[in-house]
Design a binder for this molecule. Structure first.
Ligand code: BF8
Length: 646
């Protein structure tokens, strides 16, 4: 790759991506070449000062604690405001997704959503109960309509508390009430965050950041949780499913369609129609052997978990897929879709289709999805792809690289898997944590970032943690990184420590659990709350020997996720690129010591993955010590060994 001075193996750990980069044409620009050509602006991106653009007297460049903006705003105020706005944007993305799912549920209940019906009634009843909807003697559709209306009302609610926070342990709810950060309404907190960071409003960094936490809680315990629950209700709660991943899953002799983005609905329908006899016959009439639907990013996680559709890559793979020359059509909805796809697809035969009225791309064909036209539109899109099969213009170059994976561990399935069908329970998990066979739970989630080695830190940390008996749970692009690395399988047990391996073997789970897309981080909140309620590991989420890591973070959504975990009492480390407060010691202190004292959680940036490993182990071991469960593992393993040899 001539435009990039780095070694290709430093750029990505994904062999398929490396293979494509090796053979890239001179005139092709990718996120990797652009990251070499354009360095990040140093002001605000790293440790060297910060930039305020919130009024037209600026942009003001603040280089030290002695400087202020024209209005007098300090470095700490500006850093807090900037972070708060990122968190508001991230929370709004997840929440708007949740709102669309609620709208879809309402239309499905009314019979107006083409091709859709409620698939998981049990989950609907649970969701309705949480929202205070009466379920006795009522039809499924009546319950679904009321639940959808109530979920939508939570976005515009002005006072009180959003219902879903009541799923958290009671002690956690009291902490939120004490510091006045219980979300009143989902949209309300995002709007108030934007107001308070407007020029001349909230100028106290701690107060700004408290509202940022309240805003983030509307994501994790609000919009994301609504999104996850309704997706399960409409498309089924995931159970473990075997599949294969990476670019080698593209088919040289079939019509290849990639679904990319975050909203599951249209993608689920397209994936279901890939086997439609009429469409397959049509594809054959055009010279293809069949239709292959694959995914990228979190849409990939959604259709992977429920239909076993192959994810061909994560965020940084989206351009690579086009460069194989084998993709007839890529259909995108919202979030994490690079604008560069518009120009790149012009150089290949690939048709780029946008489907959301919220997200159009210059150069793409817009075929708008509405809840009422799902099946009709999906068929039109598939036909467009089929018609494009004969237009392949480049030599097809599909790297012959794939890996097996197991995905789809919903919290419902984890309870069932641990306790059995009639006595589902997290007890065995709690006991394994208490006796030390599992040292703790580490969520390794989030994005790829072209400024850091693709998948590298993720793969390193995942392996190091399971080696030390930490159960790893994953979502988003982190989960897909592990899948491509081949460790999202029961065979990864060979890398696990004795204690973790003994649990995995007994229960029949892999040591790394794929929990879904980024909105599905809400599943982690639910599991953690259930662990607390199960007993023996403290009274609050902050007591649990658990932590969160976003080792290659990129999106504002990651900042919102990190903030809601910290607000929920979890230690969170971001790595790779700095979070945008690094120049302010005061703000960093608030987010570590300050949040620890008030909320029992923290969010901090740690540059190197090795340091993250050390710090997270230190944090989790301190929690084990506080719970007085820090010395049991050796004895338990010796007992197990003795039993084996008897
Ligand atoms: O929501 S992990 S790069 S695809 S933001 Fe985007 Fe990050 Fe991937 Fe999913 Ni999440």
């Amino acid at each position: 790759m001539s435009k990039d001075s780095r070694n290709i193996s430093d750029i990505s750990s994904d062999e398929a991506v490396c293979k494509l980069l090796e053979s890239i044409d001179e005139d092709i620009s990718t996120v990797f070449t652009r990251s070499e050509d354009m360095k990040p602006c140093p002001i605000g991106a790293t440790y060297s000062g910060i930039c305020c653009k919130n009024c037209s007297m600026g942009p003001c460049r603040i280089m030290s604690d002695d400087d202020t903006g024209l209005c007098g705003a300090t470095l700490a105020t500006i850093a807090a405001r900037n972070l708060a706005r990122h968190i508001a944007a991230g929370a709004s993305a997840h929440s708007d997704h949740g709102r669309d799912m609620a709208h879809l549920l309402a239309l499905t209940a009314e019979g107006k959503a083409e091709g859709l019906k409620i698939k998981d009634e049990l989950k609907l009843f649970k969701f309705a109960k949480t929202l205070g909807i009466k379920t006795n003697d009522r039809s499924v559709n009546e319950i679904a309509k009321d639940a959808a209306d109530k979920a939508m009302a939570l976005f515009g609610q002005q006072t009180g508390e959003i219902d879903l926070i009541h799923l958290a342990p009671l002690k956690r709810q009291e902490i939120w009430r004490k510091y006045k950060i219980v979300p009143r309404g989902i949209d309300r907190e995002v709007v108030e965050m934007l107001h308070r960071t407007n020029m001349g409003v909230d100028q106290d960094p701690e107060n700004i950041l408290d509202q940022a936490l309240r805003t983030s809680l509307t994501d994790g315990w609000g919009g994301s949780m609504i999104g996850t629950d309704i997706t399960d209700i409409l498309f089924n709660t995931p159970v473990p499913i075997a599949a294969r991943t990476n670019l080698g899953m593209l088919k040289e002799d079939e019509v290849n369609i990639i679904v990319h983005g975050h909203e599951p609905t249209l993608s689920e329908i397209i994936a279901e129609l890939a086997d439609d006899l009429e469409l397959v016959e049509y594809a054959k009439s055009k010279g293809a052997k069949g239709i292959s639907v694959v995914g990228i990013c979190c849409t990939a996680n959604e259709v992977l978990m429920r239909q076993g559709i192959a994810p061909v890559g994560n965020f940084l793979s989206q351009e690579m897929a086009i460069m194989t020359g084998a993709v007839e059509l890529m259909v995108v909805d919202v979030q994490c879709v690079m604008q560069a796809l518009g120009e790149l697809t012009k150089k290949y035969h690939t048709k780029l289709v946008t489907s959301s009225p919220k997200a159009k791309i210059p150069g793409a064909i817009h075929m708008e999805f509405h809840e009422v036209n799902g099946v009709t539109l999906a068929k039109e899109i598939i036909k467009l792809a089929i018609d494009n099969y004969q237009n392949r213009s480049h030599k097809v170059c599909i790297p012959d690289i794939t890996s097996d994976l197991i995905a789809g561990f919903s919290h419902e399935y984890i309870r069932y898997m641990l306790g059995g069908r009639f006595r589902e329970s997290l007890r065995p998990l709690n006991d394994a944590i208490i006796d030390g066979r599992i040292q703790g739970i580490v969520a390794i989630v989030g994005c790829n970032n072209a400024r850091v080695g693709h998948d590298k830190s993720n793969n390193y940390l995942v392996k190091e943690f399971i080696k030390r008996d930490y159960l790893v749970v994953q979502t988003g692009c982190g989960a897909l990184a592990s899948a491509k690395c081949g460790i999202l399988t029961p065979e990864a047990m060979e890398f696990a420590g004795d204690g973790l391996r003994s649990i995995c073997e007994t229960v029949g789970i892999p040591p790394i659990l794929h929990l879904g897309s980024c909105v599905d981080n809400s599943r982690i909140l639910t599991i953690a709350s259930d662990i607390v309620k199960e007993g023996g590991l403290g009274e609050d989420l902050s007591d649990l020997p658990a932590a969160g890591i976003a080792p290659e973070w990129m999106s504002e959504k990651a900042l919102s996720i990190g903030a809601y975990f910290a607000a929920s009492g979890v230690y969170v480390a971001f790595s790779g690129q700095p979070i945008p407060v690094e120049s302010s010691e005061e703000v960093k202190r608030i987010m570590t010591e300050g949040w620890q004292q008030k909320y029992g959680g923290q969010l901090e940036y740690i540059a190197e993955a090795e340091q993250v490993l050390e710090k997270v182990i230190e944090v989790i071991q301190a929690k084990r010590k506080a719970l007085k469960i820090d010395v049991k593992k050796e004895r338990v393993l010796m007992d197990m060994e003795a039993r084996r040899t008897m």
